[in-house]
Ligand binder design. Structure first.
Ligand code: SOE
Length: 379
């Protein structure tokens, strides 16, 4: 694994827990953690359960005892590491957004195509499609329970930098992150809605806003932000919020909002889908519930019902607790690790593939272009 901050911790938990709750064809071995600073990497390897720590990620590509490279670094390093790892014959799991530009995403998707011909696989870490409720949502749409889809309404609402005193972090630096709310959390709702519908966004029109253009430099980092250094400030070079309309290839109309300034909303990934025969609604802050409206019911008793997606028949749930006990944010990462291992062992391409990641990157770039042109942009 390369990188050991928030996503490194989430992926480490997933690799450790996956073989303990799911029957896997092969057992993941947490062999090497890679970080830029030797002391911090060693401490992280100890804390997160990795056998060894190194500071040069390239060194692991030459090792015969390493078969998978898990990329948990900021987006500006994804393309270099993923292409080199795939060309070295290592399977790759790469955090989202897959890349910082379409050109990088194209290079990664081409490397994945080359690698697949040699049985080497690649996946993008859009973890929310592995929340059981969103798996059930996809099943309901695929079964036709919503009929023809007219509307997709998606929001991803956070507020961790609504305070102007919150210091700069890599997520606010275009060089590192590629974009702000658009790529960091907007990418999640683009992937999640395309996953639920089994359809792709073909056209967008959007706008990007930076509410706070200057922030204190951080002296230390932890989690998503850090503590401000005294006095010095620096520029925010990414969007704080992104809003865009979308047309899906199958005809559905979408509205998307990704913001880090929805004061009071902590991790509210919300999706509502309206179809001719029914609707569904989801809010990650109530993640074990999927709301479902069956439009074919007697109008006298019809209404949105709260499905507890905690039953053995629901996606992934049977491996965990008895009916009704529920899951959390971390379980989606374990499901991601399970599906990755199973696909690699079966010799099939994991989903979302790097081609899926490239499609998301094209949507993000089209939104950025639309924000400049003020007009609809083809994806
Ligand atoms: C911050 O916005 C963040 O950590 C994202 O980067 C993650 O992808 C998401 O899972 C939680 O929020």
């Amino acid at each position: 694994m390369v990188g050991h901050a928030f996503m490194g911790a989430a992926h480490s938990q997933a690799w450790r827990v996956a073989p303990r709750f799911f029957d896997l064809p092969v057992r993941p071995v947490m062999a090497v953690l890679c970080g830029r600073d030797a002391d911090r990497a060693r401490a992280a390897a100890e804390r997160l359960g990795w056998a060894e720590a190194v500071t040069d990620w390239k060194s692991v590509l030459e090792r015969d005892d390493v078969h998978v490279v898990d990329i948990c670094t900021p987006g500006d390093t994804h393309a270099e590491i993923a292409v080199a790892a795939l060309d070295a014959g290592k399977h790759v799991l790469c955090e989202k957004p897959m890349a910082n530009t379409v050109a990088e995403a194209v290079a990664m998707a081409e490397a994945a195509e080359r690698a697949a011909r040699r049985g080497v696989r690649a996946m993008v870490g859009f973890s929310y499609r592995r929340v059981p409720a969103l798996g059930l949502a996809r099943d309901l749409v695929a079964q036709g329970r919503l009929g023809r889809i007219h509307h997709v309404r998606a929001q991803y609402l956070q507020d961790w930098i609504v305070d102007p005193a919150a210091p700069l972090s890599w997520r606010l630096d275009k060089e590192k992150a590629g974009s702000g709310a658009l790529g960091d959390i907007g990418a999640h709702i683009v992937d999640a809605t395309q996953f639920i519908l089994g359809d792709s966004i073909s056209e967008v029109m959007g706008t990007l806003v930076t509410f706070v253009p200057e922030r204190p430099l951080a002296s230390t980092h932890s989690g998503l932000s850090g503590t401000a250094a005294t006095g010095q400030t620096g520029p925010v070079t990414v969007d704080d919020a992104a809003l865009f309309l979308a047309r899906f290839a199958g005809g559905a109309l979408g509205s998307f909002e990704a913001t880090r300034f929805a004061n009071g909303r902590k991790n509210a990934l919300r999706v509502e889908v309206n179809g001719s025969a029914g609707s569904l609604a989801f809010d990650f802050e109530d993640m074990n519930v999927l709301q479902f409206f069956d439009g074919t019911e007697d109008p006298a008793v019809a209404g949105f019902r709260r499905i507890m997606v905690t039953e053995p028949g629901h996606p992934y749930v049977a491996a965990w607790w008895p009916a009704g006990h529920g899951l959390g944010y971390e379980h989606a990462f374990t499901h991601q690790a399970v599906d990755f291992v199973r696909a690699v062992a079966a010799g099939t391409d994991p989903a979302p593939s790097f081609a899926d990641g490239l499609q998301v990157q094209r949507v993000l770039a089209a939104v950025e272009n639309s924000a400049v042109s003020g007009s609809w942009q083809q994806v």
